[in-house]
Design a protein around this ligand. Structure first.
Ligand code: NDP
Length: 356
């Protein structure tokens, strides 16, 4: 598979991340007039390698490489600020997956030169205690971004906690104010949820690689969660895609998915999207992260496990571009969290415009 998106990738702007990139003009736009099927046909006619003559392979969207470029740019920008961006991450309980995510976020914050704080609270933490910590962080001028890792223990209603985070520090973009700003197209004032924002950058990379114009393409988002599916659909809509949101009650999901020029899977079901759900040449963004049984035992004698996405990757050879799992959307989510923290810090210092 061809792998793309490394250090040589063209600069993207935060406007692109936020879904407000200006329409392309000139040659790029003319190339972009091609339909997905036409691009796919052209690729079939031009095998890249002799050994690849009969095996078409998608452009692999290397989220790890793209995220490193983004993090380097965030770090560069952060150095130029009078006050270093400050990020506070709050973890309640000891969920192993959440611990891994929070660890990775702290590491990225340090890599970017941020002032980084982590609060590890016991599982028994009550709503009042958590709201009190959020209130303290809201008032802390050295903290520009607050993230409360989800899921919270069942006894604590996440909605009230997310609403308590000051919207201008809500770097996850889950506060209803940010959700509303994004829904009304006020991307310049909102903080956009990190996973869809990162996925959007990878979609732009795919369009560049395939010489496609996103404008007017058919997009299908499978999953309607508040943190991934709905904001993803909104970003695609803001980029003039024709968007369908599918979910567990959607009838004939394979047929709906097959319509997609851009197919985003955010479901949480291992390899649910089969090869014959994917239109030839489509851009496939696999958000799912699912741990399944692997083969054999690990060093400590436990059965091995491995991560797979929501898409049956091995069956997607006819896609135009695809994100791997792991190494696709996941690293971009963390990079976008740092980008959002930088944006929040810049806004706090009166700087509105940012190019990454
Ligand atoms: P949720 O469980 O909140 O939402 C899942 C969505 O999938 C729901 O809308 C649900 O529909 C839909 N769904 C479930 N089963 C089916 C089905 N059989 N057919 C069609 N739709 C179905 O999950 P999240 O959005 O939080 O996460 C989705 C996946 O993305 C998970 O694997 C998660 O781990 C991963 N993730 C990855 C991130 C990353 O950084 N890479 C970040 C966040 C999440 P309905 O609403 O009808 O129930």
């Amino acid at each position: 598979m061809e792998v793309g998106g490394g250090a040589g990738a063209p600069l993207e702007t935060l406007e692109a991340q936020r879904g407000t990139a200006p329409p392309r003009t000139g040659d790029g736009a003319r190339r972009g007039d091609k339909a997905v099927a036409e691009v796919y046909e052209a690729r079939i006619q031009q095998p890249r390698l002799k050994t690849d003559a009969f095996a078409l392979s998608p452009f692999v969207l290397d989220g790890k490489a793209v995220s490193q470029v983004t993090l380097a740019r965030v770090a560069d920008r952060a150095r130029s600020l009078a006050v270093a961006p400050g990020l506070a991450v709050v973890l309640v309980g000891a969920d192993p997956a959440s611990q891994v995510y929070v660890g990775a976020k702290g590491k990225a914050a340090k890599q970017c030169g941020f002032h980084s704080l982590q609060y590890d609270l016991p599982e028994t933490t009550g709503e009042a205690e958590l709201l009190s910590l959020v209130g303290k962080l809201n008032a802390d001028r050295a903290i520009h971004g607050i993230l409360v890792q989800l899921p919270l223990p069942k006894a604590v209603p996440s909605g009230r906690v997310l609403e308590a985070i000051a919207p201008h520090k809500d770097v996850d973009g889950f506060n209803p104010i940010n959700v509303g700003l994004a829904a009304t197209g006020e991307f310049g004032r909102a903080l956009i949820p990190c996973t869809p924002a990162g996925a959007m950058i990878l979609i732009d990379k795919a369009c560049e690689a395939l010489e496609l114009e996103l404008d007017g393409l058919e997009a299908v988002v499978v999953g309607r969660s508040n943190i991934v599916g709905k904001p993803m659909a909104q970003l695609l809509l803001s980029r003039n895609c024709t968007v369908t949101i599918a979910h567990s009650r959607t009838r004939d999901l394979p047929a709906v998915a097959r319509r997609a020029d851009v197919l985003v899977a955010a479901v949480g079901r291992p390899e649910m999207v089969r090869g014959d759900w994917i239109k030839p040449g489509a851009i496939v963004i696999d958000v799912g992260v699912n741990r399944v049984a692997g083969q054999g035992l690990d060093a400590s004698g436990k059965p091995k496990t491995r991560l797979v996405g929501d898409v049956a990757y091995a069956e997607a050879a006819h896609a135009g571009a695809i994100t791997p799992v792991p190494g696709g959307v996941g690293p971009m989510t963390i990079a976008m969290l740092m980008a959002n923290t930088l944006i929040a810090a810049q806004r706090a210092q009166g700087i509105e415009h940012l190019e990454l």
